[in-house]
Write a protein of this length. Structure first.
Length: 364
């Protein structure tokens, strides 16, 4: 006997089909809504990122204009100038009109830092630059001492600065037939045995983070985990190359009018590092908004109380610079974009105008 669906069965099936269709339509609608919202949010995020890129480029252009005007006004460079004054830079930034968002710019002197590649003498690049070697020793010793004193470990074995300096020299030097410097240097054989293995550069360091690949330079030394104590990366630069008769060289002169205290301590003769804070304070001393001391004479440090008999090797210092670091950050709608740009001021041969040539541009 064949059974046929009753009216009530048909209604039940129809109801199930209807509910199924409604459920599918709701699911599809929700998914379309989600995709639409995601697309709108992605578009907004893309729009904001493009906007922030333009903001950052505007900030860099403003910093370059400040540096060019500074070059036209004076030959010396110090922390007393507009480019080093955060309040003056804020005033300049206020002249840039952005409907939304915030922009910050910070300029620092790249030659106020220790120039890594100056540790060896170029163009041959095989032997220590003795002045830089001594500077490195005092500087590294100071940083290591500060980190050791802040460590909670009571039985840290002191590190000899040469255990760091010698491997750096071996990383930089070339044409030395893989001769290891001292007892703690490192050439290709050492790096080939690492996992993963890599080659020794045997040439100038190209990026400051490359130092982390060198034997003896730990992340703690490079960055430091203590807020109050900076790692060596803050005080070092891979820039400073100059043309030489047979190629290029790194003079390594440090601007005593812009260098931070640990770098100043490295410049000073052994046993007189304690004068570094006095030198830094002398540069910054003010009467209201006016600086009390001029820094135009390269030997201005002799005017600092207690430094009249101080002798700093003149080949190690300068009071001029044309290489600067511009750090710029744009913030918009809970997003941020930062860039670090290294520029060099130079005069165009044809027009005679001063310009800023970009040596490095890195979004962070």
């Amino acid at each position: 006997m064949i059974l046929f669906p009753t009216n009530s069965d048909n209604k039940g099936i129809a109801l199930i089909v209807t509910l199924t269709i409604i459920t599918l339509l709701v699911t599809i609608s929700l998914e379309l809504n989600r995709q639409t919202r995601a697309s709108v949010m992605d578009s907004a995020a893309f729009r904001d990122r493009v906007t922030m890129q333009h903001m950052v480029r505007s900030g860099v252009s403003l910093a370059e204009a400040i540096l060019i005007r500074d070059k036209q006004d004076t030959e010396v460079d110090s922390i007393q100038e507009d480019w080093a004054n955060p309040e003056k830079i804020k005033t300049y930034l206020s002249q840039l009109s952005f409907e939304q968002g915030d922009l910050s710019v910070y300029i620092s002197d790249e030659l106020g830092r220790i120039q890594v590649n100056a540790l060896v003498t170029y163009p041959k690049g095989r032997q220590f630059n003795e002045i830089q070697q001594k500077l490195w020793y005092r500087f590294i010793n100071l940083i290591l001492t500060q980190q050791e004193q802040s460590s909670e470990t009571l039985f840290n074995e002191p590190i000899d600065p040469s255990a760091i300096i010698n491997p750096v020299k071996d990383w930089l030097d070339s044409g030395d037939n893989d001769a290891i410097t001292g007892l703690n240097g490192a050439e290709d054989e050492y790096y080939r045995d690492l996992r993963p293995s890599y080659k020794c550069r045997n040439g100038p360091v190209r990026h400051i983070n490359e130092l982390l690949r060198i034997k003896g330079i730990t992340r703690e030394l490079f960055y430091s985990s203590e807020d109050a104590i900076a790692g060596i990366s803050r005080f070092m630069s891979v820039h400073g190359m100059k043309e030489a008769e047979n190629g290029f060289t790194y003079p390594g002169k440090i601007n005593i009018s812009t260098a931070e205290m640990p770098v100043i301590a490295g410049i000073l003769p052994v046993g007189q590092e304690f004068l570094a804070p006095e030198i830094v304070s002398y540069r910054e001393e003010k009467d209201g908004d006016e600086y009390l001391h001029e820094l135009t004479d390269p030997n201005w440090y002799k005017q600092v109380p207690g430094c009249s008999d101080l002798e700093i090797d003149s080949t190690a210092i300068t009071n001029q610079s044309d290489i600067f670091r511009i750090e710029c950050m744009a913030e918009l709608n809970d997003m941020a974009l930062a860039a670090q740009v290294i520029v060099e001021r130079e005069k165009e041969s044809e027009s005679g105008r001063w310009i800023c040539r970009v040596l490095s541009w890195r979004f962070l």
